[in-house]
Design a protein around this ligand. Structure first.
Ligand code: AMP
Length: 215
C-alpha cells in the first residue's frame, strides 16, 4: 500500500511526478489545487470563496481545505493508495490528515517526498507551465513542449495557463510556501518516512529516484 504525500514549492514538479506514479503504480492522485480550480470553474459556493484566495496567491483556509479532503478521502477509490499533491500545506492540515487517516480509514501515510527546487528556478518553470485541457497533462513551453506548439494532444485545442501562474502571483505563492515549509518538514522528519529529492534534475531522473524510494 502506498499513501504518498508530495511536499515542494509550486512548480517543483509534484504534478508531473504524480503523473508518472499514477501510470506505474495505478494509484490515484488527489490535488487540492485541481479540486479548487474545478470548483471555481463550476462557479460553486466553494469556488467563489476559493477564487479570492487563489488569485492573490494566498492559502485557502484550513477549515475549508480539511473539510474538502475529509469528503474526498471518504470516496472508495482512496482505499488502494493515493498521492496527495498540494496537501497538506500547513501544520494544522498535516495533523488533521493523520487523524482522518487513522480514525476514518485505519491507515497512514507511507512516504513523504519533498521535491526540492531553489527559488531561482521556480519563476521560469511556472511562468512557462501550460496545461492540456484535453488530458490534463502538464507541459512547459521550453523544457517540455507539446508536439504541436501551443496545442493539446489533438493538435487544435490551445494549451492553457493557470490564472495564478503569472509572475506576481508566483512570487506571493513562493513566499507563502516558505512560511510553512520548515514546520511541515520537521513534523514529517520525526516519522522516519521523509525523503528529500533533488527536483532540479530532468523529470525522468527525478522519477528514477522516486522509484527507488517507493520500492
Ligand atoms: P496548487 O495547484 O497546489 O498550486 O494550488 C493552487 C492554489 O489553491 C494555492 O495557491 C491555494 O490558494 C489553493 N490551495 C491548494 N491547496 C491548498 C491547501 N492544501 N491549503 C490551502 N490552500 C490550498
Amino acid at each position: 500500500m502506498k499513501n504518498i504525500v508530495f511536499l515542494g514549492a509550486p512548480g517543483a514538479g509534484k504534478g508531473t511526478q504524480s503523473e508518472f506514479i499514477i501510470k506505474k503504480y495505478g494509484i490515484i492522485q488527489i490535488s487540492t489545487g485541481d479540486m479548487l480550480r474545478a470548483a471555481v470553474k463550476a462557479g460553486s459556493p466553494l469556488g467563489k470563496v476559493a477564487k479570492e484566495y487563489m488569485d492573490n496567491g494566498k492559502l485557502v483556509t484550513d477549515e475549508i481545505i480539511i473539510g474538502l479532503m475529509k469528503e474526498r478521502l471518504a470516496q472508495p477509490d482512496c482505499k488502494n493508495g493515493f498521492i496527495l499533491d498540494g496537501f497538506p500545506r500547513t501544520l494544522a492540515q498535516a495533523k488533521s490528515l493523520d487523524i482522518m487517516l487513522q480514525e476514518d480509514m485505519k491507515t497512514e501515510i507511507t512516504h513523504i517526498i519533498s521535491l526540492e527546487v531553489p527559488d531561482e528556478y521556480i519563476v521560469e518553470r511556472i511562468t512557462g507551465r501550460r496545461t492540456s485541457p484535453v488530458t490534463g497533462k502538464i507541459y512547459h513551453v521550453k523544457y517540455n513542449p507539446p508536439a504541436v506548439e501551443g496545442m493539446a494532444e489533438d493538435g487544435k485545442t490551445p494549451l492553457i495557463q493557470r490564472d495564478d501562474d503569472k509572475e506576481e502571483t508566483v512570487k506571493k505563492r513562493l513566499e507563502v510556501f516558505h512560511e510553512q515549509a520548515d514546520a511541515l518538514k520537521s513534523y514529517y522528519k520525526s516519522t522516519g518516512k521523509l525523503f528529500i529529492v533533488d527536483g532540479t534534475k530532468a523529470p525522468d531522473t527525478v522519477f528514477a529516484e522516486i522509484e527507488e524510494i517507493l520500492k
